[in-house]
Design a protein around this ligand. Structure first.
Ligand SMILES: [Zn+2]
Length: 377
């Protein structure tokens, strides 16, 4: 690794440390990578703080105090999705054709490397204009617990950049999610005498057709950056025997919300829709409390994070697009805490979570320069 940029060496070292989210079978967690990030920062004299989020899982927050009033939060995650099913060596990073391959190379260790190396370079040059905190958090790929802990610790900033693979574009809006279960109840009977029972699976079939009608209604609503809200039935289970009329059926529904749509209000609207359908009036169906509630997020093109990033990008001849995306991120958590946030980072979301995950090295180097310019004002 002689002769390569420090940020590429750093990214390679980060990829070589497995940090699969423990929600996956092969998940070892973020302990080892958190230790590495803390030590890397400590060696150059950055301030280092650690926050326990879940057992054995800590956010690492490193920073430099600046001479001016503005505080920037650079936030990204240390965890990755599973390495199972990968067609390349997940934790033996390989550099080929200007790309670095490995699990997490793109999502989101490329952002972490660019942010951390930017802080190191800035610290080496003295006191910057802005105070900057880099928060490397745990658990983005599952429950956003790391970002929530960061917020509840009282950390504040004038704006935040959330490191995710955006191909060096600026994401100013994304959707949210509300996900929960719907249950239909019937009456069990022997299937030789089905007239004595009431079939919960047949009832659910009607509910699912109604949900299809509801999804069609949702598609009419349009947001200029993220398109329409959607509703997908993602799981189904029911019945207890091959010769029994089923008394129970359950589906999981995933409703993607528009950036400023209240996810709980969306869930209530879904309830009201089903309750008002004439063909469902005599059915017995129930809603559980949602399992997952995530807000979307949106800031304007002239918000502080967008303006500052555009300015920093332009110094290097990068003309970022302002985009909306459909996936969720830690940015919505930070926004709920009152910190205007955008997403920005090297690598494309097309390579995130893939079996041969990679990132273009040129983008990682460029991102580091942009972060340096951002901090130095
Ligand atoms: Zn990510």
């Amino acid at each position: 690794m002689i002769g390569i940029e420090p940020v590429v060496k750093l990214l390679s070292d980060l990829v070589a440390i497995p940090s699969v989210n423990p929600c996956f079978d092969d998940g070892n967690g973020e302990k080892e990578i958190a230790d590495f990030v803390a030590e890397y920062a400590r060696k150059v004299g950055l301030e280092v703080h650690r926050q326990t989020v879940l057992e054995g899982r800590e956010n690492v927050v490193v920073g430099i105090l600046g001479s001016g009033d503005e505080t920037i939060l650079l936030e990204t995650h240390m965890d990755t999705v599973t390495a199972k099913g990968m067609t390349i060596e997940p934790f033996k990073p390989e550099i080929k054709d200007g790309k670095l391959f490995g699990r997490g190379a793109c999502d989101a260790k490329a952002s972490l490397a660019a942010m951390l190396q930017a802080l190191v370079e800035v610290a080496n040059r003295g006191t910057p204009k802005c105070t900057v905190w880099l928060a490397a958090v745990v658990d983005e790929e599952n429950g956003f617990n790391g970002a929530q802990k960061l917020l509840s610790s009282g950390l504040n900033a004038h704006y935040a950049i959330v490191g995710e693979p955006t191909s060096l574009n600026i994401v100013i809006a994304h959707k949210g999610t509300v996900r929960g279960k719907i249950v239909t109840k019937g009456i069990s009977a022997h299937s030789s005498q089905p007239e004595k029972g009431s079939n919960a699976i047949n009832h659910m079939a009607k509910v699912i057709l109604a949900l299809e009608r509801y999804d069609a209604e949702l598609r009419v609503r349009q947001h200029p950056l993220v398109g329409s809200p959607t509703l997908t039935v993602t799981m189904i289970s029911g019945g207890s025997g091959a010769n029994l009329v089923p008394e129970f059926c359950q589906i999981t529904v995933d409703r993607r919300t528009l950036p400023n749509e209240d996810p709980m209000a969306a869930w209530d609207e879904l309830k009201r829709f089903l309750q008002s359908q004439p063909d469902l009036l005599d059915l017995n169906f129930e809603f559980a409390e949602p399992d997952l509630v995530n807000w979307g997020m949106e800031v304007s093109a002239d918000s502080l994070p967008a303006k500052r990033l555009i300015y920093a990008c332009e110094k290097f001849g990068i003309a970022p697009q302002l985009l909306g995306v459909r996936y969720a991120s830690d940015a919505s958590v930070l926004m709920q805490g009152g910190i205007p946030s955008v997403l920005f980072g090297p690598g494309s979301i097309d390579q995130a979570h893939t079996s041969n995950e990679w990132v273009e090295i040129e983008q990682v180097v460029a991102a580091q320069k942009v972060f340096e310019a951002l901090i130095e004002g």
